[in-house]
Design a protein around this ligand. Structure first.
Ligand code: SF4
Length: 219
């Protein structure tokens, strides 16, 4: 029997798990990809594609006595999330998601948010607690283990809501125009400099009007 609340939650517009990573990196990037369907390639995304080539193929096999699922579809009715896990290992009965990333090891929070969203999906799908997972950095060939603590779980819930509101509103957030843009594949489509300049012009124009008014009224 479905409870009323379950019905409402299943009606939630699904949000892609990847959108959470995009949003936490830059809300404008999230809107460009998920609202305007813009996805440009740069050296970072190309490397990322290569990193994902193997794990994109859905397979299920036993490796060194550990069950390993690749390209596993994920969903959460509770949060309204959908996506795929690169790899889920089952050492024993506890699922352990592993997300593949290009480049060297780093401590980016956005990647931890994406992985935690996968864990929340697995918990709902399998009815089992998923306390930890890892991000594998292909260049360094190391894993960064992530513990899915309460603040991280709350962040995923909050961010899922924020992304859903953004996608429903069709609002295009302002460009961040900082060091994040240097590694962003959308820089040519986004033109963060131009957007920020146009915002500046609006500011100058409104101030010019104020100055003119002040000089007329002598205030
Ligand atoms: S170029 Fe900068 S502002 Fe534009 S989407 Fe990328 S990170 Fe965001």
């Amino acid at each position: 029997m479905k409870l009323k609340d379950d019905v409402n939650r299943e009606d939630l517009e699904p949000v892609m798990i990847s959108a959470l990573e995009h949003y936490s990196y830059c809300p404008r990037q999230c809107a460009l990809i998920h609202l305007e369907q813009i996805f440009d390639e740069n050296i970072y995304t190309l490397r990322g594609n290569i990193a994902h080539e193997r794990v994109d193929q859905a397979t299920s096999r036993n490796e060194d006595d550990i069950q390993v699922e690749r390209g596993l579809p994920l969903w959460s009715h509770r949060l309204g999330l959908t996506g795929r896990a690169d790899v889920v290992e089952f050492p024993g009965n506890v699922p352990y998601p592993v997300e593949y990333k290009q480049g060297k090891r780093r401590d980016w929070e956005y990647e931890a948010i994406q992985l935690c969203a996968q864990a929340l999906c697995l918990e709902e799908m399998l009815g089992i607690a998923v306390p930890q997972g890892a991000i594998y950095y292909c260049s360094s060939r190391v894993r960064r283990e992530i513990t899915f603590d309460t603040p991280l779980r709350e962040m995923v819930t909050k961010m899922t809501g924020a992304v859903r509101i953004l996608l429903k509103s069709s609002y295009m957030p302002s460009a961040v125009n900082d060091q994040r843009c240097n590694k962003c594949s959308l820089i040519e489509s986004c033109l963060p400099n131009v957007v920020v300049q146009s915002d500046r012009w609006k500011f100058y124009r409104s101030h010019l009007f104020t100055v003119e008014e002040e000089s007329i009224t002598g205030e």
